[in-house]
Design a protein around this ligand. Structure first.
Ligand code: ADP
Ligand code: MG
Length: 649
């Protein structure tokens, strides 16, 4: 019944949803403005599109304006977009046409707590109705572009709304909110304050492609002129200039060829608060069933808090240029937390929650694709810009290696990226692929040793046989190395093997002659008594004592079984407050070392001489020190050492 003023009932489901919105399912009420601006922006997009084929439509100077009336306590969001007919208003604003609303509402009502309700509501964009979070009455004036008749709609968000014809309206839509009083306890900000409006627009709508303008406060002269005006003009309001609040520069929505390096750099610096330009920029667009744009940056330098427990991830989520959230963990795995940038997904609800994103199949697919892109970019740097790659690896290698533990799907790609120090060169690092290319004939394992720093690892007794026989050993000194090497079995078919674990027999690859076999058997026999005795004497400290094949110049070293914790890892766990049983290791002694042969003879001559037990203790302590370990009783060790040295002089 167009033409008359009607008071209509909201559809039952709409009414329920309104009640939910009003009764604060949202903790963040500021987002009403984001919703209204997003609707206005859509309306401008639609008008622009229509104007391409209809010359009667004016699409020049499209914009969104925000108007504040302090006295009336209203905030108006106005656009000169496509507008709505009276029927549109009834259909679009008076009802919720979306399917599944009823069942969703039922579930929300059953929800146990506010969190659960919010989780559910996130599946449904409340859009326009969010206005009722901050307003006790909403008035909408609209005229469909290309028609003459305007429409007014008004509601207090309770059971009914009024709709009527309205004359003399410009094309487009104005939504006027009669604001509730500011109430910080209830999360209601001062939405009449210019600074507050500015802040919300900047936060959520900065990249909306249309200008969002606000009338600035009148200057004192303008205000004075109004105040001193004639009687008839006393109702006039002073209006200052229009200030544009948003930057409109959504670089990601442009094509790569239209963006300069300087613009990328500036944008990166703005979102990352970094002073330096990024090491790499990744700009992509995905079309098809789930459209999105992504603009990602790899920083040149690691932030100081990269390893603090609550470092945020750097990817922001936008929906059609509306800011949704920072630190979108669903889009980037933890080990790529240093990647900064923006993902703009077109087909999500503005109201989408973190929980929903975590379980959304399409988002999971986006994340998988982004991870591949980032790893691919690092790989490209490695292939074509070695120096940049090396710098990047220095800064972020330790974090990227966490991916070897977290992200099993990309183990191979990640291993290709790994760079590590190696005995091959005193300074230069090596990739695993290069390591493999240098492996000796018959070598099929990748040898490595973990430890706290290069010097300790390099001079550790474990290295001796490998150095003597010319085998290259990777020197892994990042804490994360202790962990991933336990979990990743091999690279390109070559097993990883810690040279401080298990038995090492570098001669095993060759066929052992009967002669060597016989010599070994003889040695075992010669040492049998000493080994048994040592095992008892040192039982408190080690789980086994055996002859070593990995030592050339040292008397002894400590090794672990294949799955034992390394000493560094043990220390790390203890530092984290974990209560571990002490990890006993294996003492290997060098059967050709004079100290060891001497010990055997002394033990053979008088196994009960306390000096023999003391030397055994010194051998064990020396092995601990050589690998950078801590002595169980340093004072006792020093006293024994001093005594024996004194006797020897
Ligand atoms: P959504 O934006 O997700 O569709 P909303 O509740 O925000 O949901 O808006 C409902 C509908 O009302 C919109 O799809 C649009 O058709 C119409 N609408 C809202 N605001 C405007 C506006 N400023 N100009 C034209 N149409 C609008
Ligand atoms: Mg909307």
């Amino acid at each position: 019944m167009a033409g008359t003023t009607e008071t209509l009932e909201f559809q039952a489901e709409t009414r329920q949803l309104l009640q939910l919105v009003i009764h604060s399912i949202y903790s963040n009420k500021d987002i009403f403005l984001r919703e209204l601006i997003s609707n206005a922006s859509d309306a401008l997009d639609k008008l622009r599109l229509e104007s391409l084929t209809r010359t009667d439509l004016d699409a020049s100077d499209l914009q969104i304006t925000l108007e504040v009336d302090q006295d009336a306590r209203t905030l108006t969001v106005r656009d000169n977009g496509v507008g709505m007919t009276r029927d549109d208003v009834v259909d679009l604003i008076g009802t919720i046409a979306k399917s599944g609303t009823a069942s969703l509402l039922a579930k929300i009502k059953e929800a146990k707590d506010a969190d659960a309700a919010q989780h559910l509501i996130g599946q449904f964009g409340v859009g326009f109705y969010s206005a009722f979070m901050v307003a006790d009455k909403v008035t909408l004036h609209t005229r469909r572009a290309g028609t003459d008749q305007g429409t007014m709609w008004e509601s207090d968000g309770e059971g009914t709304y009024t709709i009527a014809d309205a004359e003399g309206l410009p094309a487009g839509t104005a939504v006027t909110l009669h604001l509730k009083a500011e109430d910080s306890e209830d999360g209601l900000g001062d939405y009449l304050a210019a600074w507050k409006i500015r802040q919300i627009v900047k936060q959520y709508s900065d990249f909306i492609r249309w200008p969002i303008r606000m009338a600035t406060e009148p200057t004192t002269t303008e205000a004075a002129e109004v105040a001193s005006g004639a009687e008839g003009e006393s109702q006039a309001k002073a209006v200052g200039a229009l200030e544009t609040l948003n930057s409109m520069k959504a670089l990601w929505a442009r094509s790569r060829s239209e963006v300069t390096e300087a613009e990328y750099s500036e944008f990166y610096q703005q979102i990352s608060h970094d002073w330096e330009p990024p090491a790499e920029t990744i700009h992509m667009r995905a079309e098809g069933t789930f459209e999105y744009e992504a603009l990602l940056f790899l920083p040149s330098r690691a932030p100081f808090d990269l390893f603090s427990r609550d470092t945020k991830r750097g990817v922001q989520l936008y929906v059609k240029r509306v800011f949704i959230m920072d630190d979108c963990d669903a889009l980037m795995p933890n080990y790529l937390r240093f990647v900064k940038g923006v993902v703009d997904a077109h087909d999500l609800s503005l109201n989408v929650s973190r929980e929903i994103l975590q379980h959304d199949r399409q988002i999971t697919a986006v994340r998988r694709r982004l991870v591949k892109k980032v790893l691919g970019a690092v790989k490209d740097m490695q292939a074509t810009r070695t120096e940049d790659y090396t710098k990047l690896w220095e800064q972020f290698g330790r974090v990227i290696k966490e991916g070897l533990i977290e992200d099993r799907d990309n183990t191979d790609a990640l291993l290709e990226l790994v760079s590590a120090a190696s005995t091959n060169d005193p300074v230069e690092t090596t990739t695993l692929r290069d390591y493999v290319s240098r492996m000796k004939d018959g070598q099929n394992t990748i040898y490595y040793l973990t430890g706290e720093n290069r010097a300790t690892v390099e001079h550790s007794p474990h290295m001796e046989a490998f150095a003597a026989r010319g085998y290259e050993v990777l020197i892994l000194t990042d804490p994360v190395d202790e962990v991933w090497t336990e979990q990743v079995p091999s690279f390109d078919g070559h097993r990883f093997q810690s040279i401080a674990k298990g038995q090492v027999d570098l001669d095993q690859t060759d066929d052992e002659s009967d002669e060597t076999k016989a010599a070994k058997a003889q040695q075992e026999q010669d040492y049998a008594a000493l080994l048994t005795w040592l095992q008892t004497t040192l039982a408190e400290h080690v789980k086994q004592v055996r002859l070593s094949t990995r030592l050339t110049t040292s008397a002894a070293c400590l090794v672990g079984d294949a799955h034992d914790l390394t000493p560094t890892l043990e220390k790390m766990y203890r530092a984290m407050g974990q209560d571990l049983p002490s990890v006993k290791r294996i003492l290997e002694i060098n059967p050709t070392h004079p100290l060891v042969t001497g010990l055997r003879e002394a033990h053979g001559a008088n196994p009960d001489d306390p000096a023999v037990a003391e030397v055994a203790e010194l051998v064990h302590g020396g092995a601990l020190l050589a690998e950078g370990g801590d002595l169980p009783d340093p004072a006792r060790f020093t006293r024994l050492l001093t005594d024996h040295l004194t006797k020897a002089l």
